[in-house]
Design a binder for this molecule. Structure first.
Ligand code: TXA
Ligand code: MG
Length: 371
């Protein structure tokens, strides 16, 4: 018995050792000329039920075989993600939809024609091929065809169906650089494909086509107007996304969780630009007098107005794409700086402002001061 217990402990220690010391290989990918040997190795890991992080045009994803329960379970474990929060299945060819959906509505074909490959996720009734572990127990499945060449190569090498949430620890801002993925997941996954900075910086738009009226469950780069224009009828926005009304719950399970949040309390200041700057300066004085370290999210236009604070530049107010691209990196940077409070300007820009503000308001826990 003594001997048996000894063996059991040795096996357990070895097992823990393997888990704890899993080496995370970071492979630099030449996006212009993708190295096929690395992609084959990455695809092999996926086929064996392992996890591989990879770049997409929106954010970095943490991939596993979407049709394998074991792969999906590893994703939830590595991210510390609640298992009722479903994963998006990534495909590389439109014909791959047939096997994983029960039915493909006509409007989905129109939207795929217009926006795939690209930053749009559509929700369908699922087929039996997709395990409930992948869909968080739902009978619908979210599907996206990304446009990033490394993502497409990995999907093809990995068997055609890759489940991939953003490759961050649950609750942290999504990764827009391979180094963000490394920060969160080193030692927990075998491989990260480093394809450089992502292009968009916010997760895909999610549109639910499984009901009577199409509905946006998460705003993104593809806007409500763009969707309406293509399908020629109204597309609703999930009322659960709007404001902090706690009586309405978002329809996408993931949107109800605290998300994107930096460690320090973030407060957004809304109003006319000059008044916003004055208010942020006044708040900065108030907090520094109390001995606190203040962080500010400013823009090209306002940067020089701020002092006595850690100021991060999110880009020009004239360039909303840059604001979207820099947002998560700026939120992550503040965690490194150990600031006590953060104040940010408000970015309700014309086109993707609703996507930017959806993420920023969540990061701020809806704390807004109007001036
Ligand atoms: O841009 C993106 O979509 C990135 C990249 C990696 O492709 N992925 C991503 O995945 O943002 P994730 O897991 O971080 O967010 C997926 C969201 C969650 O809020 C989840 O609840 C929702 O999609 N979702 C997934 N399947 C769903 C379903 N069947 N019904 C409703 N919501 C669903
Ligand atoms: Mg995410």
């Amino acid at each position: 018995m003594e001997y048996y217990n000894f063996i059991k402990r040795v096996v357990l220690l070895l097992f823990c050792g393997i888990i704890k010391f899993m080496k995370t290989l970071v492979e630099k990918i030449n996006v212009e000329q993708i190295q096929s040997d690395i992609m084959k190795e990455a695809g092999m890991l996926i086929r064996k039920g392992e996890l591989v992080a990879f770049p997409t045009e929106t954010v970095y994803g943490l991939g596993a075989d979407a049709l394998s329960e074991e792969g999906a379970k590893k994703i939830y474990a590595a991210k510390g993600r609640p298992s009722d929060n479903p994963l998006i299945v990534h495909i590389a060819d439109f014909s791959a939809l047939d096997a994983i959906t029960a039915q493909i509505p006509e409007e989905a074909k129109i939207l795929a024609d217009a926006f795939w490959p690209g930053p749009l996720t559509m929700i369908f009734q699922k087929s039996d091929r997709v395990p409930l572990t992948t869909t968080g127990g739902l009978d619908t499945v979210a599907v996206r065809m990304p446009s990033h060449p490394v993502a497409l190569a990995l999907i093809r090498e990995g068997g055609g169906y890759i489940a991939a949430p953003s490759a961050n620890t649950s609750g942290r801002p999504s990764p827009t650089l391979a180094s963000h993925v490394y920060e969160d997941l080193q030692g927990k996954i075998p491989m990260i494909l480093d394809g450089g900075p992502v292009g968009i910086g916010l997760e895909s738009t999610i549109v639910d086509l499984s009901g009577d009226v199409p509905m946006i469950l998460r705003p993104g780069y593809i806007t409500q107007e763009m969707l309406q224009e293509k399908i020629g009828r109204e597309v609703l926005v999930d009322p659960g996304l709007i404001a902090s009304d706690s009586t309405k719950h978002p329809k996408a399970p993931g949107m109800k969780y605290k998300h994107y949040a930096p460690k320090a309390q973030l407060t957004l200041i809304k109003g006319d630009s000059a008044a916003v700057v004055d208010k942020i300066c006044a708040l900065t004085r108030e907090h520094t007098q109390k001995g606190e370290k203040v962080g500010i999210i400013g823009t090209d236009e306002t940067l020089s107005c701020y002092e006595d604070a850690i100021v991060k530049n999110i880009g020009s107010r004239e360039d909303e794409d840059a604001i979207a691209r820099h947002l998560y990196a700026v939120l992550r940077d503040f965690d490194e700086e150990n600031v006590d409070v953060i104040f940010s300007e408000y970015f309700d820009t014309p086109r993707i402002g609703s996507a930017i503000m959806n993420r920023l308001l969540k990061a701020a826990g809806h704390q807004v001061i109007e001036v």
